[in-house]
Design a protein around this ligand. Structure first.
Ligand code: AP5
Length: 222
């Protein structure tokens, strides 16, 4: 099964994608993670996108479409993938349709995680991840079971993202509302858009997503 998790920065896309990787063995395809890996490697692409990401703006459609086209056809994605952070503009959504059509990969659900802007800043500024395995945590909402020890790999090294500050969050939210939210009617018209309450507790959001995934797939209208 292939799905898209859609929602503003801090909505919980990465958190739920990681849960689905464990429970359903689907593969998380996070374009944010791909870009951060490029930055960490010091590649030309990484250097090109650094200032754009740190300003909370969107990287160009051409770069993003190239990046995801390369990843979506990889063997590990054949068992089912969760798109997290892509598509983020209508041209990206249209390009994804073409890609999936060419590869004969069906899209079952587009799940919108609905969260009020007011709580997103707190979620984002409190977020941190394990530097070794990438498991996600939050200062208040999702602490490791043992202080300063990763639940998954036992590491005591954690990291925070350069764009997780209050000033950049404002710009990222603006980008979401002006450039990404117009995707919603695009998928609604195709009959595959579903919603979950992204303000519920993490476990409850997971239950709502699971209920969607076990229901009949949306009927894709061309
Ligand atoms: P990206 O990495 O995709 O960031 P984002 O969309 O801003 O989303 P986040 O990762 O911030 O949030 P999330 O929804 O995954 O929330 P999380 O689960 O971590 O993109 C970064 C940048 O890359 C972009 O700004 C852009 O520059 C560029 N980019 C990437 N893709 C692009 C594209 N396609 N086109 C153009 N540019 C692109 O949760 C957040 C925190 O809240 C965590 O600490 C978590 O523990 C906590 N939390 C989660 N759920 C709950 C809950 N239900 N209750 C309480 N706390 C919760």
């Amino acid at each position: 099964m292939n799905i898209i998790l859609l929602g503003p920065p801090g909505a919980g896309k990465g958190t739920q994608a990681q849960r689905l990787e464990k429970s359903r063995r689907m593969v998380q395809l996070s374009t944010g993670d791909m870009l951060r890996a490029e930055r960490a490697s010091g590649s030309d692409l990484g250097q090109e996108v650094q200032a754009i990401m740190d300003a909370g703006k969107l990287v160009s459609d051409a770069i993003m479409i190239r990046l995801i086209a390369h990843r979506i056809g990889a063997p590990d994605a054949r068992a089912g993938f969760i798109l997290d952070g892509f598509p983020r503009t209508v041209p990206q959504a249209e390009a994804l349709d073409v890609m999936l059509g060419e590869k004969k990969l069906p899209l079952s659900h587009v799940i919108e995680m609905v969260v009020d802007d007011a709580i997103l800043t707190d979620r984002i500024t409190g977020r941190y991840t394990c530097a070794k395995c990438g498991a996600g945590y939050h200062d208040r909402n999702q602490k490791p079971k043992v202080d300063d020890v990763c639940d998954v790999c036992g590491s005591n090294q954690f990291t925070r993202r350069a764009d997780d500050n209050a000033a950049t969050v404002t710009q990222r939210l603006q980008a979401y509302h002006t450039q990404t939210a117009p995707i919603l009617p695009y998928y609604r018209a195709k009959g595959i858009l579903r919603q979950v309450d992204g303000m519920a507790a993490i476990e409850e959001v997971g239950r709502q997503i699971e209920a969607i995934l076990t229901s009949a797939p949306g009927v894709l209208k061309s």
